[in-house]
Design a protein around this ligand. Sequence first.
Ligand code: XBP
Ligand code: MG
Length: 236
Amino acid sequence: MLRAVIWDVDGTIAETERDGHRVAFNRAFADCDLAWDWDVSTYGHLLRVPGGRERLLAWMDSRPDAPATEAGRLQLASELHRRKGHHYCELVEQGTLVARPGVLRLVHACVDAGVHLAVATTTGRGNVEALFPRLFGADWRTLFPVRVCAEDAPQKKPHPQVYELALERLGVAAADAMAIEDSPAGLGASRAAGVGCVVTRGAYFEDADFRGAVHVCRDLDHAMATSDGIGTPVDL
Ligand code: XBP
Ligand code: MG
């Protein structure tokens, strides 16, 4: 029986990556006088590394103009990531990001059906706290009483930690929960925690292999919450 739906954030709730995090990273590079610029396609490749700080470190590994020592790279990654968070929240405040199709309807359909909602994300808490009131209104914490973010689950997806913690805080068994994700790492994390997963294909993972998902759909426009799970009339 479906008792909880656990939502990924970036790429699932909203297309936050291309016009949000990516732009914010580039502004952080400019702040630090770095001649780095992540275009849309470069960022798509970098997204294979979950976690913004980890992504920066992976990028620096292949850059001759990155600091020579590990300590220098760690320090720069932390500084850039902090600045990126600030720019991301500014972009959110400007209303740059909107909920993906079907998200608001499905969130409210779940709540109306008595299904508990949680967030399980690789991104930091500050980013969620900036985005969610814009998308779901001032009562967003009531809609999503359980929120597991990067600070709670340092082991990034596809590690199951973020889902295991969400289940623990919900008090719901994995078999009674369903995840909604947009990325192979997210699908891997939910499956590794024993949680079935509906994939809503986003801009950056349009052609990814999502074998193992319960459903794969273009967006959540037609998704329904039933006592058995999340159903979509059209699978892709
Ligand atoms: C997506 C991520 C994050 C974001 C950037 O998380 O991998 O790293 O790209 O956010 P999810 P941070 O799909 O699990 O929501 O810079 O805060 O990591
Ligand atoms: Mg995602």
